[in-house]
Design a protein around this ligand. Structure first.
Ligand code: FES
Ligand SMILES: [Fe+2]
Length: 360
């Protein structure tokens, strides 16, 4: 194991964190791609992106090109976005609507259920050789309108992978009315795990997030670890607001912040019915693409919704600065590992899962 327990002067047991080379070694990221990202459920989209038959979007999971498309039969399916003829990436655009998918190399076409339609360079007797060619499907499940895929055919179903998380989510009455309204991305100059670590504790909130602690009752802040996920949350302080949002009258009066193994965060802020998902997608061992997706009732945000987004983004900016400073220190020879406080048990859970997945 890459972490160990140490005793302090009062004999209280602290655990040492994972060693910092796990945040700076490109070989570790290669292992993580194989053993973590290729074996876990990854959020790829929301059903509101695929309203009509033929609607599709493309994405990447663990560097694999993926296409998710709604068929003529209304069924949503996921495939590797790769042509069975000679591997060319099939659909180039990020999203759209098509009656048929066509490969740009030799013109093979595919129906929306992935079956071969035509292979123009295989005629007559040759045609029989390729008649069963089709796009290779990827495991996909949709829960609470969120579309997940998993590259691992042996993985547990999504519905069994995160304890009672989706049951908890279904209890927010406004959730079914939300659609994916917008997405923002940014590059964070830090290892993907650094941002997850940051998200999983709120010891830093008093120091780093003045607006957050002003609005939320931090005396009641709780962190609970569950099966492959964790929850943090609290209620709002009496008579608080941000921008035009009167938190005591709001549809959502508390904040609920979830983490799902390995790299997904789901946040529901106090205010009008809302949800955001945050994904940390490694670009390399020291750079991460952060993908923030917002879900509201309508693309045209109300002033309250805009103020909520501004509030969440302010908090997030404060976090990004911290993890980029942390990455500088990870590279330093000064220390090899850190220490967890007793309120950082959600980080301990995350690190134990990383180490187990990597067989460390
Ligand atoms: S590679 Fe796609 S048709 Fe040849
Ligand atoms: Fe933070």
């Amino acid at each position: 194991m890459a972490y160990n327990k140490v005793e302090n002067a009062t004999n209280r047991t602290f655990e040492r964190t994972m060693t910092y080379d796990l945040y700076t070694d490109p070989k570790v990221l290669d292992k993580e791609m194989d053993l973590i990202f290729s074996k876990s459920w990854q959020l790829v989209g929301h059903v509101s992106q695929l309203e009509k038959p033929g609607s599709f979007f493309t994405t990447e999971v663990a560097k694999e090109p993926i296409i998710v498309i709604r068929g003529q039969d209304e069924v949503i399916r996921a495939f590797y976005n790769v042509c069975p003829h000679r591997a060319t990436k099939l659909e180039k655009s990020e999203a759209g609507k098509k009656k048929i998918l066509q490969c740009g190399y030799h013109g093979w076409t595919f129906k929306l259920d992935g079956k071969l339609n035509k292979a123009p360079n295989f005629r007559g007797e040759d045609a029989a050789c390729v008649q069963d060619a089709c796009l290779r499907p990827v495991r996909m499940e949709i829960l609470e309108s969120l579309i997940f895929v998993n590259l691992d055919d042996q993985a547990k179903p999504l519905s069994e992978s995160y304890g009672d998380f989706f049951e908890r989510l279904s209890k927010f009455p406004f959730l079914g009315k939300l659609k994916r309204t917008h997405q923002k991305t940014r590059i964070i100059q830090a290892n993907w795990k650094a941002f997850i670590d940051n998200y999983l504790e709120c010891d830093h909130c008093h120091v780093a997030h003045p607006s957050f602690v002003a609005a939320l009752d931090m005396d009641d802040y709780q962190i609970i670890t569950c099966e492959n996920y964790s929850i943090q949350g609290t209620i709002v302080k009496p008579d608080k607001n941000y921008g035009s949002v009167d938190l005591n009258q709001a549809e959502m009066q508390g904040g609920s912040f979830y983490w799902l193994w390995p790299n997904l965060m789901v946040t529901i802020y106090p205010g009008p019915g809302n949800m955001a998902t945050i994904q940390m997608l490694p670009i390399d061992h020291e750079n991460t693409l952060a993908v923030y997706t917002y879900y509201f009732r309508d693309e045209n945000l109300t002033q309250e919704e805009k103020d909520l987004v501004a509030f969440a983004e302010q908090v997030r900016q404060e976090d990004v600065e911290l993890v980029e400073l942390e990455q500088i220190g990870f590279r330093s020879r000064a220390f090899k590992k850190g220490v967890y406080s007793s309120s950082e048990k959600a980080i301990v859970q995350f690190h134990e899962m990383v180490l187990e997945a990597l067989n460390e």
